[in-house]
Design a protein around this ligand. Structure first.
Ligand code: GDP
Length: 140
């Protein structure tokens, strides 16, 4: 299995509850290594750009409100099959459907305030990493 990278966000509901370390520990325990990390407060423009793929969905406006409601931690994670590994430890979008032991089952508040984002393909991971990080910020 190849070592790859994925993009993660620890969302405002988690930073508000001081869960940055707890969430990161679950990522690390799942075999992922944080190779870049920064705490930012997303601008409206950043949130709308990042979630542009969801523009037509009814919750787009609310999602952008939520993602700009407090600080987030954007991270690049590295590991074997990183995209799938991260999606597995994140759990289902709706915490009510998430498996035991996943981040969303453990910490998410709702389908929207679900504590973490993770890329859903290698291609999207590359795009999302570039959206927030320059090459010299990735330190493996
Ligand atoms: P993900 O890949 O598991 O994060 O899920 P999606 O790509 O489908 O959705 C992106 C994000 O939009 C989710 O992580 C949630 O924060 C939010 N979201 C998804 N579905 C809903 C919904 O039905 N209502 C609201 N308010 N937010 C949603």
């Amino acid at each position: 299995m190849a070592v790859t990278r994925t993009f993660s966000i620890i969302k405002p509901d988690a930073t508000r509850r001081n869960l940055t370390g707890a969430v990161t520990k679950m990522l690390e325990d799942a075999g992922l290594r944080v190779v870049a990390s920064k705490r930012i407060h997303m601008t409206r423009e950043q949130a709308e750009g990042f979630y542009a793929v969801h523009k037509e969905r009814p919750f787009y406006g609310e999602l952008c409100d939520f993602m700009t409601s407090g600080p987030v931690v954007v991270q690049v994670l590295e590991g074997e099959d990183a995209v799938k590994r991260n999606r597995d430890v994140m759990g289902a979008t709706n915490p009510a459907d998430a498996a035991e032991g996943t981040i969303r089952k453990t910490y998410a508040e709702s389908i929207e305030a679900n504590s973490v984002h993770g890329s859903d393909s290698d291609e999207n991971a590359a795009t999302e990493i570039r959206f927030f990080f320059s090459d010299d910020e990735l330190v493996g």
